[in-house]
Design a protein around this ligand. Structure first.
Ligand code: NDP
Length: 402
């Protein structure tokens, strides 16, 4: 039983807080801290009403290391679950080192001015965390997170060597808006408009954003979707930790309306991350766009349909080629009923709670910086089954992926 501090009270922070509160025998005390404390207080109120459990809240600017260290020194949590934005990863890691607190996140560090999706800034903390005897667990969301674990689980139980990996992220949900993003719009749009990179024969190959698409039929009646190849950060750590991979690709589904709006917004410069001068004021176009779009944490009640996210892994077992598909399907409305949130925040928040649970229980431990696939996938997968994201495995699914 340990005390945990969750940093960030957005869509994902709300789910992490609800899910941790469901397990008082693991998370004995919960502090929800964020830049705007009123959002933490609103979530604490929901938890009190639905679970009759008290969690405490705090205001903190996680960009400010001394301010965060002071809060950590007062609260003395075992670990921080960082579900603020990727821009805060390094300052939160610095504060954890100074206060002697373990660290976990769901997204790699991003500098404000360039969209990179690279791990090297955080990997550079390896020695510091090792020397401090602290653990930093990177990427414990769904993708990255569960997708890394699905790959590790398939590699461990179904293959002698894995050669091809296709991560397929389908969101079959509909929120009824012509254009909205399911998680932080700035991060989402940066990700989708970035050049595509996939791993092939020992190197990353660049292609224009959204230039390769194919059809994909989800199992269990979720439906048929167009999926587009794009870069996603787990490709970097998975190809490092599974050097036998000859090719690794990430695919995501997008609806026609989303793509049409995105194209226009991009063409008129609304997705830019460089500040522009407007009437003597510096404005970052994508931040203005974020202010205009629906807040992802408000999509819960109006989102219907299912997500279907999984990994198609091909490789060799006992000298024979085989293919395995490991996946999860989640219904948006089921998530809303349980934690008042849609499935994108839910599918991120549950693996974040599970990563923290395994660290608190001592099932996963180590000193240094670890990507999640460096941990044993079995306890993670067991917890997915128990805490709302059951997984399925299909051997020889018969997909005809390019
Ligand atoms: P939101 O924008 O909804 O929430 C972010 C929260 O962080 C807000 O409460 C915000 O505060 C807070 N915050 C921002 N800056 C600071 C700061 N300097 N100090 C303290 N708090 C701060 O984002 P999401 O909940 O959608 O996403 C959270 C994280 O989860 C992101 O890093 C995202 O990339 C990641 N993610 C990972 C996924 C995965 O599968 N691995 C999938 C989806 C998201 P305020 O309210 O004041 O703005």
């Amino acid at each position: 039983m340990k005390k945990v501090m969750i940093i960030g009270a957005g869509g994902v922070g709300q789910v992490v807080a609800h899910k941790c509160a469901q397990l008082p025998q693991v998370f004995s005390e919960i502090v929800l801290a964020s830049r705007t404390e009123s959002k933490c207080i609103a979530i604490a109120k929901q938890i009190k009403e639905t679970q009759n459990r008290d969690i405490s809240t705090a205001q903190v600017d996680a960009d400010n290391v001394p301010e965060l260290v002071a809060l950590l020194n007062i609260e003395k949590p075992f670990m921080v679950i960082n579900v603020a934005l990727p821009y805060q990863d390094l300052t939160i890691m610095d504060a954890c080192l100074e206060a002697g607190v373990h660290y976990m996140d769901t997204a790699n560090y991003e500098p404000l001015d360039t969209a990179k999706f690279e791990y090297h800034w955080q990997w550079a903390y390896q020695e510091k965390f090792e020397k401090a005897g602290l653990m930093a667990l990177l990427g414990s969301g769904f993708d990255p997170g569960a997708t890394n674990m699905f790959t590790a689980y398939a590699a461990k139980h179904y293959f002698d060597e894995i050669h091809y990996l296709d991560i397929v992220d389908v969101n079959g949900g509909d929120h009824g808006y012509p254009f909205a993003t399911n998680f932080n719009p700035e991060i989402n749009i940066r990700e989708v408009t970035a050049e595509c990179r996939h791993w092939e024969n020992g190197e990353f190959v660049e292609t224009p954003a959204m230039s390769t698409k194919q059809a994909f039929t989800c199992p269990d009646g979720v439906g048929d979707f167009n999926i587009y190849r794009m870069y996603h950060e787990e490709l970097e750590s998975l190809t490092k930790n599974y050097p036998t991979l000859k090719r690794a690709q990430f695919w995501m589904s997008f609806g026609e309306s989303y793509l049409k709006h995105l194209e226009v917004l991009q063409n008129v410069g609304m997705t830019g991350i460089e500040p522009i001068d407007f009437n003597g004021q510096q404005i970052v176009p994508i931040q203005l766009l974020k202010a205009l779009l629906p807040d992802p944490s408000t999509l819960g009640p109006r989102t219907h349909g299912k997500t279907c996210i999984g990994c198609v892994v091909r490789g060799i077992k006992d000298g024979k080629e085989k293919t395995v598909y490991v996946y999860n399907i989640k219904d948006h409305q089921d998530c809303y009923k349980e934690v008042q949130s849609q499935a994108i925040s839910y599918t991120t928040g549950v693996p974040a709670m599970i990563g923290a649970k395994l660290m608190i229980e001592g099932t996963w431990k180590g000193a240094g910086v670890f990507n999640i696939e460096q941990m044993d996938p079995d306890p993670f997968m067991e917890n997915m089954n128990k805490h709302g994201l059951p997984f399925q495995v299909i051997e020889e699914p018969g997909f005809d992926l390019i």
